[in-house]
Unconditional design. Structure first.
Length: 379
């Protein structure tokens, strides 16, 4: 009897160990997180807010916004966190995809088609911009990318106003139902009856399903890429470009491809952002602050980790959309001071967790897995 128990324990430990060590663990964890994310962000935090008498719960639509920016920074992390290139111009691809998606909706309003169209145009735009920018490195690369982004901003505000509607903003979205059947703002289920209570499902709209599927595909794609020989070269570039060139690899080509791939992710996110907001202004789509926000999200969550930037996007969007509306007894309404709160959060995170929020969580999961498999706990 004891031998059977030992064998079962060994089998379970082996299964847990395989899961913990699997390259797909972050993807599986992300997929499971998508199932409970809206409830935790809205209802879960609302329950905590009622207990402390401060409204800190999210709102319907915030989960989608977090995931949209999550897609952007997962791709941006390939460029910054792995390849080691800091771009301040990714708003160019983000905003372009948003406008292209809106224009596409005049002909075909399906969200899938709008997203693909935006991503394709953003990818094509990245080729010439990357070809010019990659020839410089360091601060020069950052400044050149910033310049391209600002060029598009001023174009959208001036000469291109006939297409973008300039400072009045673009609001002529004609988005149709998802897959021609499901309205984006409609919940998949009104309620979910569980054994002991009834779960409100209003936040689980078809838009969340659409954005969640795209986000999961983005994370899986990035994970597969980074574990491939191609991705290993990106990592090598981030560590030492000279050594990569010494082994005969074309450094320029791989840096250009990392730039284009990250732009494609930004395009996907930008197109979905346009669908979500149904309004685009050059100041939020193209302006350099948007590119800077991508950098902050990536560093907050953990540059060089697969899904760390998604955690950064969560913190950023939660502070900007929820904490900004909090009213405290002495301070009053935080309002426009939310960037001060974000700055303080950024300083604390960089000081306490230099690698970002996600790496310590990943290390804790690995440590717990080693305990469960009996491979740790003695150190």
């Amino acid at each position: 009897m004891s031998e059977e128990t030992t064998q079962e324990s060994t089998s379970d430990s082996g299964l847990i160990g395989t899961l913990v060590e699997s390259e797909y663990l972050p993807v599986v964890g992300f997929a499971l997180g998508l199932l409970v994310f809206p409830w935790l962000l809205i209802d879960g935090l609302q329950l905590i807010g009622e207990f402390i008498d401060v409204s800190i719960g999210g709102y319907q639509g915030l989960p989608q916004l977090v995931l949209i920016y999550g897609v952007v920074v997962v791709g941006f992390n390939i460029l910054l966190g792995f390849t080691g290139l800091l771009s301040f111009g990714h708003a160019a691809f983000f905003g372009t995809a948003a406008y292209v998606g809106g224009l596409m909706s005049w002909t075909i309003g399906d969200p899938v088609v709008m997203t693909i169209a935006g991503a394709v145009v953003a990818t094509l735009l990245a080729w010439p911009i990357g070809f010019v920018s990659i020839r410089r490195s360091g601060v020069y690369f950052a400044v050149i990318t910033l310049t391209f982004g600002q060029m598009l901003f001023f174009w959208a505000m001036g000469p291109g106003a006939w297409l973008t509607n300039g400072d009045d903003g673009f609001s002529e979205f004609q988005t149709s139902a998802f897959l021609g059947t499901f309205e984006l703002d409609q919940p998949v289920l009104d309620t979910l009856d569980l054994v002991v209570f009834q779960l409100d499902m209003e936040a689980y709209t078809w838009e969340y399903v659409f954005v969640g599927i795209v986000a999961l595909i983005a994370v899986w794609t990035a994970n597969r890429m980074l574990h491939s020989p191609y991705g290993l070269i990106f990592k090598a570039l981030g560590e030492n470009q000279q050594r990569v060139s010494f082994v005969g690899l074309n450094v320029f080509r791989y840096k250009l491809m990392a730039f284009i791939i990250s732009a494609a992710f930004a395009g996907v996110g930008g197109a979905m952002w346009g669908i979500h907001e149904s309004y685009i202004h050059p100041g939020t789509a193209y302006y350099w602050i948007q590119s800077g926000d991508f950098v902050i999200m990536t560093v907050l969550g953990g540059a060089g980790s697969l899904i760390g930037p998604v955690f950064g996007a969560l913190i950023f969007e939660y502070v900007s959309n929820v904490i900004s509306g909090v009213s405290l007894p002495v301070i009053g309404s935080i309002g426009s001071l939310w960037r001060i709160v974000l700055g303080g959060t950024f300083v604390i995170v960089v000081w306490a967790f230099p690698r970002g929020i996600y790496p310590p969580i990943r290390d804790a999961v690995s440590w717990l897995g080693s305990l469960l498999t009996g491979q740790g706990g003695d150190d």
